[in-house]
Design a protein. Structure first.
Length: 160
């Protein structure tokens, strides 16, 4: 416990960033690992309606704070750390991984797919679950890997 109290502000911020990135990666891991496969076993209209409901509920303050807020925080931390403490390659690597691999993929990949799915009439014969689920899951898996690697980088940066 005393070791935690002896942390410098950059080390504490890096460990908080590691935990936040880990939480983000955990959220995405759950979807790729068992939520999407479970939805895929449902009838197409049920899977579409379920994912539409999930996407609506995902936009909430706590999720956005952890998922998107971590991206903003690590960019600010990278700038402050470089200016006040000095460069830290692990921090910069983690920041790029999180900003591009989590936030970037989310904004430019998963969110557009979610927006398109929101417009789908689940009962329409033209509704195609697989056209959504396959690319969404691939992008989501990439986010999972990026978040896990970013978390590891933040831990290594704190130990430096």
């Amino acid at each position: 416990m005393s070791a935690l109290l002896d942390l410098s502000w950059p080390q504490a911020a890096l460990l908080v960033s590691a935990v936040a990135a880990g939480l983000s990666g955990g959220c995405t891991f759950v979807f790729s690992n068992f939520v999407m496969p479970a939805l895929g076993r449902l009838e197409r209209p049920e899977a579409i309606r379920a994912m539409q409901a999930i996407n609506e509920d995902a936009i909430n303050p706590l999720f956005l704070l952890i998922f998107i807020g971590t991206g903003a925080a690590v960019v600010a931390l990278s700038a402050a750390h470089g200016w006040l403490v000095g460069p830290n390659g692990w921090l910069y690597a983690g920041t790029v991984l999180y900003a591009v691999g989590v936030v970037g993929i989310t904004v430019f990949g998963n969110v557009p797919l979610n927006d398109a799915l929101a417009q789908v009439d689940a009962s329409s014969p033209a509704a195609d679950w697989l056209a959504y689920a396959r690319p969404w899951t691939a992008l989501n898996t990439a986010r999972t890997v990026a978040a896990a690697l970013a978390s590891a980088c933040f831990v290594l940066a704190a130990l430096r």
